[in-house]
Write a protein that binds this ligand. Structure first.
Ligand code: HEM
Ligand code: HEM
Ligand SMILES: [Fe+2]
Length: 463
């Protein structure tokens, strides 16, 4: 680590890692509730909200931590204001903590979310961004403070690089795209129209831009590949992501009451979305082939795995149901859930995990660390996730057949499902939890335990 202020990244990483564990435990509870609805005092709706909001928040925290590491490094200067970064961190933790308590309280006492002056105080009820209005403002403020700090760091030194510029550009896009989610209208069609700007333009726009920048950074750090080449490919990837992803939003406008031309626009542009993701995979392999000196094998392994699973989860599992001709059968089924899991895992969980393994050793001041636990954690998480996704893809096919071909209603189908789908999801969920547990343990131990010969050899072999 070159600059003392990069240490702030660790606060965000710790928050992210702890919430990842919470998200996973809550995911297992949600899965058990498919078999046993009354297993807990909190109902499925609250558990599901906690699961997906924890996901969004921890990934954002991880990306913030990564940015606080990358921007000073690329700017070749200390962060503009360390106290501001600390304030922003604690304000975020406090706001998120209050929102979570609010969801739990609402679960115990649904009346508590009754409108006050027309505003629901505990949950706004829009999937993934359920946070109430007062929290929206706090979150927006926190993100603006975060942006100001990083942009001022860049302005202060005037040392600008493509990586850092693209990263901050993606973050500004991300912030702007939070605002359509705060727009109230009485029309459900318009509400959904704007809501997708947040959800879709985040994960298939802004976040992919950030991923492109961080992939270039990671490859440069672990292989010492030339910056000019990496940045050239980054611009091509990111340009293509925006070209396909922005109009690709249309794949959510097929059936919500928007004009018919969206069937064409959405179908054509979203079908092209896997192309830049495939470029990223190729970029990772090309860089690895051309630069043989690797400083952090696990880091390179995870960065490449991120590129591959971004392509498989978002690209492949996305494109299979993105044409309107297919989507009219699969819309809103477990096929969607299967894709949602593999896409988020491949594109963003692995991105944050890879960034942590690449930057944390520098933050903790070590060059060598036990890599074996990191590999084991990766395999437990990845194999379990792949099986969860295969299981619910199967469940989704059965659901599509019964609901859309036989015309049975949602509740009847839910009541007649083969329970084994749900039992397998729970079992693989525990496998995933074990992998997350290893990762969390490794996070707290990294650089703080002696490097053993055995584990160094294991890492050699695994790589
Ligand atoms: C990393 C990027 C991506 C992530 C994290 C992601 C995640 C998700 C999630 C969570 C949903 C469910 C939303 C809901 O609750 O209704 C969804 C829906 C969808 N995604 Fe993605 N996705 C990504 C990329 C893609 C790509 C590249 C494609 C197409 C090639 C795609 C196609 C779709 C389609 C068609 C739906 C709607 C499914 C339906 O009609 O029910 N996604 N995505
Ligand atoms: C232990 C592992 C996990 C289990 C058992 C699990 C289980 C569940 C369950 C039961 C739901 C509700 C599905 C529904 O409403 O039909 C859900 C939703 C969701 N989970 Fe997970 N989850 C796990 C891990 C993860 C991870 C690691 C991610 C992110 C990478 C994730 C992302 C999501 C998303 C985006 C949704 C909403 C998608 C949708 O309903 O279309 N989950 N999960
Ligand atoms: Fe989308």
């Amino acid at each position: 680590m070159k600059y003392e202020s990069q240490k702030i990244a660790q606060n965000f990483y710790t928050f992210a890692v702890v919430l990842f564990l919470v998200q996973t435990v809550v995911g297992i509870i949600a899965a058990i509730q498919f078999i046993w609805p009354d297993v807990l005092i909190l109902n499925f709706n609250i558990i599901r909200t906690l699961h997906i909001n924890a996901l969004v928040v921890w990934l954002l925290a991880g990306l913030m931590g990564a940015t606080y590491y990358v921007v000073p490094e690329e700017s070749q200067s200390e962060l503009w204001s360390v106290p501001l970064a600390h304030f922003q961190f604690w304000a975020t933790v406090a706001a998120v903590g209050l929102v979570i308590l609010g969801y739990v309280w609402m679960g115990l006492n649904p009346q508590a979310n009754s409108p006050i002056f027309g505003i629901n105080p505990l949950s706004e009820g829009r999937e993934y961004i359920e946070a109430p209005r007062w929290a929206d403002w706090l979150i927006a403020l926190s993100v603006i403070l975060f942006l100001v700090n990083n942009v001022m760091t860049m302005f202060k030194t005037k040392h600008w690089t493509g990586i850092q510029g693209t990263l901050v550009g993606g973050l500004v896009f991300l912030t702007l795209m939070y605002l359509p989610g705060m727009f109230y209208t009485k029309s459900m069609v318009k509400d959904q129209f704007w809501w997708w700007w947040v959800i879709h333009l985040w994960v298939e726009g802004a976040w992919e831009v950030i991923a492109g920048a961080l992939l270039a950074f990671m490859l440069m750090k672990v292989t010492n590949a030339p910056r000019a080449v990496l940045e050239k490919w980054m611009y091509i990837e990111v340009g293509f992501v925006l070209f396909t992803g922005i109009l690709g939003t249309g794949h959510h406008y097929y059936w919500i009451g928007t004009p018919g031309y969206w069937l064409w626009v959405g179908g054509i542009f979203s079908s092209l979305e896997p192309v830049p993701l495939l470029l990223m995979v190729w970029d990772a392999f090309r860089t690895t082939r051309e630069n043989r000196v690797v400083s952090n094998k696990l880091g390179l392994f995870l960065a490449t795995a991120h590129a591959i699973f971004n392509f498989v989860g978002a690209g492949l599992w996305g494109v299979i149901h993105t044409l309107p001709q297919v989507n009219k059968w699969t819309h809103g089924t477990q096929i969607t859930t299967a894709h949602g899991h593999l896409a988020f895992y491949g594109a963003y969980v692995l991105l944050v995990v890879a960034m942590i393994y690449i930057t944390l050793p520098h933050i903790r001041g070590v060059t060598e660390y036990n890599q074996s636990r990191g590999y084991r954690s990766f395999w437990w998480m990845t194999v379990s996730m792949v099986f969860i996704v295969l299981t619910i893809t199967g469940a989704g096919m059965v659901q599509t057949y019964m609901e859309r071909l036989l015309g049975l209603d949602y509740v009847t189908v839910k009541g007649t499902y083969n329970l084994w789908f749900w039992i397998f999801r729970v079992l693989f969920g525990f496998g995933f939890l074990y992998g997350v547990g290893l990762f969390v343990l490794d996070y707290f131990r990294l650089g703080r335990e002696p490097v053993t010969v055995a584990s160094a050899r294991f890492a050699e072999k695994a790589a």
